[in-house]
Design a protein around this ligand. Sequence first.
Ligand SMILES: [Zn+2]
Length: 120
Amino acid sequence: MYLHCQAERPYEACGLLSGRNGRAETIWRMANIDKSPVSFSMDLEQLQSVFHAIRARGERLVAVYHSHPTAPPVPSSEDIAFFSYPEAAYIIVSLTRKHPAFACYQIRERIVTPQKVSFY
Ligand SMILES: [Zn+2]
């Protein structure tokens, strides 16, 4: 995920994580069709084919991630307004420092709740 976010600089990177039982096992790098350093949009056709592939693997969407190349890992007002997967975690990777930092949130009905993430 970090590598993808670094590679897309100076633009925002975006992608999906899928897995089972809330545990991410697969990363899906998505195209940011905005090609913007301050926003991202995913391509609908690519989303459809990725969701199809996730189902075919017997997995579910666990998280949606995107990067903030020049901002802290805090959701912008657009991030909150346009997030449409309330069942998934919302991960933001910030690239403002030497080492990438990330934060994870749950966004439901525009209410943002920080989430804990653990690595295995
Ligand atoms: Zn954002």
